[in-house]
Design a protein around this ligand. Structure first.
Ligand code: G3P
Ligand code: MG
Length: 251
């Protein structure tokens, strides 16, 4: 199957939404990503104690939601009453921790690609894969979705449950020939920590049918390099920078 990106025209994934200019993982950050011209949104998915998929990065609430304790110990009602905007700037007071359904509605409406990162390494959320897949199918956005995780067992399970949804392997270490590893897992993309990415590997991976989607890249000269080497996607806090660099290339 053809990978979604093409050399010189990567999918621009706004990391946690437009987190360079909005409080991460809020509807405001996702909407801003669309406004800035991002063609994809990356977000982090966890489960409330009563099993609702919610979008927040940390496993605990103190940094971005002004509360103590663990995401996975609170009900959805408790989580949705928290303020996920004030920590970033008072102007965003009242932003909430979104439910996955809210983002998928935006994805459906705008046609943007969504990268759902399953946050299941620190805490294991029973049934997370099934719930996320059910939501993606319910909203009819299978073709716009890529599921990633640092938990690769989870990716294998997703592929088994939903072969039609793409998966991406998150990793930080210098894996040897990660495209071979991706193939062995039935995965479609390499969500590689950026310093572990080289032009010749991107090329070889593309020949093997595997996309590189490096994270998290904000530096302009590095963004230029990744575009030139044909990365199929780039995960960035500043989607507008990539939009501008791509426009400059075309000019
Ligand atoms: O999915 C790319 C990146 O988001 C992975 O790391 O910690 O920002 O979720 P993290
Ligand atoms: Mg993430």
């Amino acid at each position: 199957r053809k990978a979604a990106g093409k050399p010189g025209a990567p999918i621009i994934f706004a990391h946690r939404g437009a987190s360079g200019s909005r409080p991460e993982n809020t509807m405001s950050a996702f909407q801003r990503a669309v406004e800035l011209g991002a063609t994809g949104i990356e977000t982090d998915v966890q489960l409330s104690v009563d099993g609702e998929p919610v979008l927040i990065h940390d496993e605990t609430l103190s940094r971005t939601a002004g509360a103590s304790g663990w995401v996975g110990d609170k009900t959805y009602e408790e989580l949705s009453s928290l303020d996920a905007g004030s920590w970033y700037h008072p102007e965003f007071m009242g932003e909430r921790i979104p439910h996955l359904d809210e983002l998928l509605q935006l994805v459906r409406k705008t046609g943007i690609v969504v990268n759902l990162e399953l946050k299941n390494t620190v805490r294991v959320y029973e049934g997370l894969e099934q719930k996320v897949i059910a939501a993606v199918r319910e909203h009819g956005v299978e073709n716009q979705t890529i599921i990633s995780s640092f938990n690769h067992y989870s990716l294998v399970l997703c592929k088994k449950l939903a072969p039609e949804i793409r998966t991406g392997i998150l990793y930080i270490e210098g894996l040897y020939r990660p495209w071979d590893y991706a193939k062995s897992l039935g995965s479609d993309a390499l969500h590689a920590y950026d310093p572990a990415v080289r032009a010749e590997w991107v090329q070889e991976a593309l020949e093997a049918g595997t996309d590189y989607h490096p994270f998290t890249v904000n530096d302009e000269s590095r963004l230029r390099e990744l575009i030139a080497m044909g990365a199929a996607g780039i995960i960035t806090d500043h989607p507008d920078r990539v939009v501008r660099l791509l426009a400059e290339r075309r000019a």
